[in-house]
Design a protein around this ligand. Sequence first.
Ligand code: ADP
Ligand code: MG
Length: 257
Amino acid sequence: MTAQRIVELTEVTKIYEGKVMHRALNRLDFEAEEGEFVAIMGPSGSGKTTLLNLISTIDLPTYGKLVVNGIEPEVLSQNELALFRRHNFGFVFQDINLLHMLTVEENIVLPLTLDGLPLHEMERRVKKISAQLHLKEILNRRPDELSGGQAQRTAIGRALIHQPKMILADEPTGNLDSKSAKDVLELLSHVNETERTTIIMVTHDPIAASYCDRVLFIKDGEFFNEIYKDERRQTFFQRILNVLSLLGGNVHDLRTL
Ligand code: ADP
Ligand code: MG
């Protein structure tokens, strides 16, 4: 079986217009296969979030071609795009963004209420996801009663509940201690392996990147390097560190654990 290409950027350039024009991405080629777990690394300001915003169709390329799950976003209307995003993507961010008046369970199920799914189907999915995410015991808690890791797992539950084809994560472990970060990464790996959900994750953390199948490095909005995992996570981690040392940039971004 050949893997389906789910994301394809061809010579994509993104220019932000403003008082000063800024070329955030420059003629970037990038593709991801369905079921891949890809990390994107690069110094601060290198265009990582811009790339995720293009893939998620929140923003459009200035030049070049972008195809996401068979669709060129520029041909869709705003409403079609909103629907396309809801069906295709789950988002996970560094700032966790749960609704504080709602319980863990209500936060997770929120996206489904928008789709008007029957109650029994919502309950079935919450049950499955909360078991997967080890949240069963805390479904009735509110966000201010959660640890950082529990809150991020809840946010991942919310991103997964509508069974998206793709998870887009921007520094999902950026605010977590190393134990919680490990939990979240193992969880993402598990979802990637069992559901074949494609995951594209921006990270500054070489340990986080070592959980992925492949790491794309960008610098100044351009392709810098790309490496694939090998059998051992430790050697992959070492190779990631090697590329990061060549990449230079803002050393404060390269957290050591
Ligand atoms: P990263 O996520 O790698 O830190 P970004 O994609 O956020 O980088 O930003 C890339 C460059 O584009 C930066 O120089 C940033 O200042 C600039 N930039 C990002 N968003 C905007 C915007 N909305 N308007 C103008 N410039 C922007
Ligand atoms: Mg960013």
